[in-house]
Design a protein around this ligand. Sequence first.
Ligand code: GLN
Length: 320
Amino acid sequence: VAPTNCRYVNSELSQIFLRCGQNEDGALNESIPQLAKQDPDLWAASVIFIASNHKVNFGPVTDTRFTIQSIVKILIYAYAASHLGVLHVSDRVKCRGFAVPYNSDKTTEGCAPNVCLNSGALTACAMILKLVHPKAKQWLHVFYTFRSFVQKICGGDIIECDYDTYHSEISTAASNRAILAKLSKCGTLPADVDTEDVLCFYTSCCSLLVNTQHLANMGLVLAKTGKNESGKQVLEPRVAQACLAQMMQAGLYEQSGDFFAITGLLAKSGVSGGVVAVAHKKIAIGLFSPRLNAYGNSTRAVQFIRELSVTIPGIHQLAE
Ligand code: GLN
């Protein structure tokens, strides 16, 4: 947006934000007990217009921290692909749309369909532990290195792990353990990887505490082909492109294609209620509201992006 349009854009976005704040559809995630305790009315949004670097926040943005959950899968993939190459990662983690829920154990012979399903994210975690850091003595050391990478992509703040959510998820992780057992049996995981280490590493990654500004910063890096706000290349362009391809295929699970067709933005959601959404070289958005629709995507976040995409001209992927 040009500076003269900022006031118009801010007022349109603020009306959308208020309207979405009245939407009480959806329900809190209950598969992770700690997430069922979230305040359902929390609502925050951060928007960055890439060309002008115009930034606007709505709601208690900096005070509202939430666990990143599945949004981190894109960063797990980015980390694996940055070290091993997109091609090597695709030996085990494909970029194929599969209209199934995130915790489906869908896995084909020797590979997972995409990184947004738990099967793909767990496989990418196993690749990080076994192929990127084969000499690491403990998964926790790898996690600290990965966390530094997340901090770099999300704008530089210190990002902590929420141990309550971590323990809550680890103690109820029967379905992720079952997925790991199946992946191991199918030969999808690298040989000799300790599946319990993979689960602990993956769950720590999901428990990183972020706010909507961190997510908007992450979106900005993806929207600027791997460059951060100050123009530093923090992800290779090919890796950023492959991340966006993953979001297009499965970022919102079964809702991904419909969402892209309707809004022209690519997004990734997490079960705590966070969403990151981007349009190449145009816009990066971080949103948080914990009530989820039937696909596990934040209802207010989906509505916000849908309304924004029709109200603010020229922010979708193919706009001139
Ligand atoms: N930690 C969650 C899980 O593995 C993440 C799922 C999600 O955000 N969709 O079940």
